[in-house]
Design a protein around this ligand. Structure first.
Ligand SMILES: [Zn+2]
Length: 253
């Protein structure tokens, strides 16, 4: 479930747009990884600048902005970046995908829809699979008990968020023959097991597709296939880790 958080650096490619960090993002990234004050926020913290929610003062580590209930531009950009990367992985696996408002709404509420819908996903009894991306902070940072803010969350906070998402979507999507999976990640790069499993399934599809493409169908399932799948899985997981690092740094803006 956890992994070496800096492993994502292995998948950095200067020529690829999504993996090109600007100088400011690098600064934010290293400050957050080390737990050092973020220069962009330090002045705000000293001046006690209020967050847009009017309830909290911005802290120099950027903890509050990640959990603030008022969805500001940075939070939406951060979330959407991670979502788009998950869509790219699905497309690499040969799936047809719908996103945002094109995703099917649930049976009970015409306003309720997840982030991504993969058509004909292949789960027995279901037509498609919908997932919903959610970034969770590892630190308490929007508590009205101000002394708690900045402390590490001790409970099973990834599961708690997954439960909320499952309650919101699972049964209502199932009524329309659509399976649902929560895609929960923590801002330090922890991946909830349900999303990790989805990543593995996508990687399996991607590897099968590749072996078919190069005419190696007879190798599918053998040792060579398994090693190839493991390499791709590790790469894809790093791609998601990198997307989280990038997305988290976007929150600060
Ligand atoms: Zn706020």
């Amino acid at each position: 479930m956890t992994w070496m958080r800096l492993a994502l650096l292995a998948s950095l490619r200067p020529q690829r747009q999504p993996t090109r960090f600007t100088g400011e993002i690098w600064v934010n990234f290293f400050c957050q990884a080390l737990g050092a004050p973020i220069p962009l926020l330090h002045a705000h913290a000293v001046a006690r600048t209020q967050c847009a929610c009017q309830k909290f003062v911005l802290d120099q580590n950027g903890n509050h902005v990640i959990t603030c209930k008022k969805k500001h531009t940075g939070a939406i950009t951060g979330h959407d970046h991670v979502m788009c990367v998950s869509v790219q992985l699905a497309r690499n696996s040969g799936l047809r995908v719908r996103i945002n408002h094109k995703v099917a709404t649930t049976a009970t509420d015409s306003n309720k829809q997840g982030d991504v819908q993969a058509m004909e996903f292949g789960i027995p009894g279901y037509d498609d699979l919908v997932w919903d991306v959610s970034l969770v902070s590892d630190r308490i940072s929007s508590s009205t008990q101000h002394g708690l803010n900045g402390k590490l969350q001790l409970g099973d906070y990834l599961n708690a968020r997954a439960r909320i998402k499952n309650n919101r979507y699972k049964r209502d999507h199932a009524a329309k023959n659509i399976a649902f999976a929560p895609a929960i990640l923590s801002v330090t790069g922890k991946i909830h097991p349900e999303f990790l499993r989805l990543l593995w399934v996508l990687t399996d599809m991607q590897t099968v597709k590749y072996f078919n493409l190069v005419g190696d169908e007879e190798d599918i399932g053998n040792e060579r296939f398994k090693w190839s799948r493991a390499t791709t899985f590790s790469y894809n997981r790093n791609v998601i880790g990198l997307a989280v690092a990038y997305g988290r740094d976007k929150f600060v803006y």
